[in-house]
Design a protein around this ligand. Sequence first.
Ligand SMILES: C[S@@+](CC[C@H](N)C(=O)[O-])C[C@H]1O[C@@H](n2cnc3c(N)ncnc32)[C@H](O)[C@@H]1O
Ligand code: SF4
Length: 463
Amino acid sequence: MDIKTNKEELCTELEDLANLFGDNELQIEHEEIELEDRIINKFKVNGNGDYETSYECLNSLTPLAKKSLRKRQVKIALYDLLNKLTNKSLPWGSLTGVRPTKFARDLVESGQIKEYMVADTLEKTYRVSKEKARLTAMILKNQKCIIRNDNLVDLYVNIPICPTRCLYCSFISSELARVKDKVEMYIDCLLKEIAAVKKIVAKKAYIIRTIYIGGGTPSVLTAVELDRLLDILTFPVGEFTVECGRPDTITAEKLDVLKKHNVTRISVNPQTFCETTLKRIGRNHKNKQVLAAYTMALERGFKVNMDVIAGLPKEKLGIFKRTMQTLVDLAPENITVHTLSVKNGALLKNDTSDLSEKEVSKMVSHAQKLLLENGYKPYYMYRQKHQLGGLENVGYYRDDNVCIFNIDSMEETNSVIAVGAGAMSKRVFNNEKRIERQDNVKFVEDYIARIDEMIERKEKFFS
Ligand SMILES: C[S@@+](CC[C@H](N)C(=O)[O-])C[C@H]1O[C@@H](n2cnc3c(N)ncnc32)[C@H](O)[C@@H]1O
Ligand code: SF4
């Protein structure tokens, strides 16, 4: 689909939405016309026929509110047009962003709607499907741990290193074999950056709310390396997570080190319990390794999250249902259900033709139904580009075990001090409704070479 507009600032939004309708021959021209207190959105399809909608846009709106209104309205108009032309509905209707729950929260917090109106508004105004509108409302209800306080910050440590590369992955992460001789230096630099963070925290009177060590695969580090890193992370927090994603990297010795340093939560990620698929996606673990790692984690009293992906190559609904049933039987505190997204940078690209959008959508709906029936509740959600069927990723919890870090970072309610290669720090100014971001260089080698510059930039960013 080819789409042109007379307003450059709307171009990305329009293209993102149009892409979700898939490849087709349509050529769309859009024109936005501003009148006194109304705005008209006019479309031409394949050079002819006018499709026109208009809405009220009061001059009293702030520039920011007006910009946001224009974006929302043009997407609704384009969605209705493409829905009519292609006869296709999208699960998230006219919404294109990464964070549908944040979008809904903003509507509530800005006083535009009451919380009980969330599902109805998403469905009727923004064309979101009933199922997804209800899911969003449920998640909002389950995010009661949000505390908007500019002094309450989360700490993120990035270990962008993995044992090998999974075929679907587009994260920037190096294979261990390639950076093995740099791991020690990488940890030295992390310790230096964290020491600088400690000074920032003291100076700004920040309180670290949660710590999250992610990646990559942090558990690819040896027990000794983990011990060195964790030794400096002495902030007293109630939630301390270490991603141990690849089950084949988890050992009793490493878990003992995590326990010694008060880690409370780890993830052990099966992705699927079909070993044929695991081989196909380049994850060389076996189911018995997931079970062994999980048992060791339970014995040490960790809370456990398990990730799965719906839509893995050649998996049909039946296989996915078996994976979900196994997960529910294991009953970890958290289960995160992702929908496959194949982006540039992944090795998979050409191997996805057998995946039907309908089948993936059934998988995601099945997961939600099964988890709700088994006492799990959804608590955070995000969308990525190129997700099959325009679907989403949803984190579930049982009992009271939400991961606060996941909520804070997806809802962007708290600042994040992020260290390591590829880490993105965020400053949230709640009163001004403003967020600033700053990233470190992406690759391990560059991070080591430029550590002093990274620290200087961080000190300035948080000053
Ligand atoms: C940031 S990754 C890190 C986790 C860890 N490295 C692992 O692979 O087990 C978090 C999760 O995102 C999901 N994920 C990664 N790549 C994905 C993709 N291309 N499409 C959908 N989900 C993906 C996986 O479920 C993964 O466990
Ligand atoms: S999916 Fe996880 S383990 Fe696999 S390459 Fe990506 S970050 Fe590494």
